[in-house]
Design a protein around this ligand. Structure first.
Ligand SMILES: [Zn+2]
Length: 141
């Protein structure tokens, strides 16, 4: 009798273990959705711009400044969209966004994306909420 109780407990234990999620630790990859790029006439729209900023948790104004500078074209926001002057291919837009994420979102120390940008005097610091690292980042004026 005692023996069957033991087996029951053992079975419950292994079931409980099986329910635990497969932990991947810090290996979780941060995936940024692809920009929904639409070229219309002589302008380029990123239709999910605000969504993208939401996912990476950065201010749309900051990424807008970055894109203006890196793509060397002016742009402005229109609702959830970003409208850029000129025709810019989706590959180029996605490449710039991925560069932005590498430079301003991912922690250089641990590679995670739980970071915030803080302004200290004239320096912008990226602070990582996962490992606590603080690194200065380029200012986008
Ligand atoms: Zn970190």
């Amino acid at each position: 009798m005692a023996k069957s109780e033991f087996y029951l407990y053992d079975e419950m234990l292994s079931r409980a273990k099986a329910k635990l999620p497969q932990t991947t630790g810090s290996e979780v990859l941060f995936s940024v959705p692809k920009a929904d790029v639409w070229i219309s006439g002589s302008r380029t729209e990123i239709r999910n711009f605000l969504d993208l900023c939401d996912v990476i948790d950065r201010k749309p104004e900051h990424m807008l400044k970055y894109l203006n500078r890196e793509l060397a074209t002016p742009g402005n926001m229109d609702g959830p969209r970003l409208i850029l002057k000129g025709k810019i291919g989706p590959n180029q837009v996605n490449q710039r966004i991925s560069d932005y994420v590498k430079e301003f979102v991912l922690c250089p120390a641990c590679g995670r994306h739980e970071t915030v940008l803080l302004k200290e005097d004239r320096v912008t610091i990226m602070k990582c909420n996962a490992c606590g690292a603080q690194n200065s980042v380029r200012a986008i004026a």
